[in-house]
Design a protein around this ligand. Sequence first.
Ligand SMILES: Nc1ncnc2c1ncn2[C@@H]1O[C@H](COP(=O)(O)OP(=O)(O)OP(=O)(O)O)[C@@H](O)[C@H]1O
Length: 247
Amino acid sequence: MIVARNLTKVFRDKKRGEIRAVDDVSFTCEPGRIYGLLGANGAGKTTTLRMLATLIAPSSGGALVAGLDVVKQPAVVRARVGFLAASTALYARLTARETITYFGRLHGLDDARIASRIARLADELGMHEFLDRRVDTFSTGMKQKTSIARTLVHDPDVLILDEPTLGLDVMAARGIVRFVRECRARGKTVIYSTHIMSEVEKLCDRVGIIHGGRLVAEGTLDELRARHGERDLEEIFVKVAGGEAVV
Ligand SMILES: Nc1ncnc2c1ncn2[C@@H]1O[C@H](COP(=O)(O)OP(=O)(O)OP(=O)(O)O)[C@@H](O)[C@H]1O
């Protein structure tokens, strides 16, 4: 479960001055549910996810992730969370299996556990054909599957996925979306950031639309449709986030 309460992050930038990248954001995502964080470039999605994954500390407010406080217990939170960053780099010279093993060891897993996790993740993500090939021979889709597998090697309860289908072709993106659905069916708590409306409509149980660092609309798709008198999520998005960005 993820409970964000008044999450706020202020950056101080020499040129731009004070930037309220995330401003008073509160929401809840239950286990077995996918929460979609929808926003344009620069809206504050990545900053929100980085606070939930304990990579940066909030300026104010806080969050409970898997029942743990991100500010007071960051190391324990990290053990329970899999964070897929939008710009994950992989070591070109390692194979997929070596990459996942490396991250498994960083999480303190023994070799038998790592081998069984790799077998399972390779089944679920369709990775068997390229597990023992070097990453520098991979397509973008293969790289993304490897990044996801290394992110989830420790079988975390909470998945924090920042634009997981960015740059993928339709078939590769569908494979990732199917995998995320299966994670939900197994009871994982998933937060999924994207700017692709159709993915939110297909995948997410609740949606938060973030604009200029603020959560400008929040609820199930049906609630948002009823509240804004529109069926199409893109129309709702333009209504609530169509103005100039605040930051
Ligand atoms: N370390 C930082 N220092 C200064 N400003 C930052 C920093 N990180 C993010 N920002 C600013 O905070 C705002 C929100 O950025 P963020 O990356 O969270 O947006 P986003 O919704 O993830 O966008 P995108 O879809 O482009 O990744 C932007 O104005 C960005 O320039």
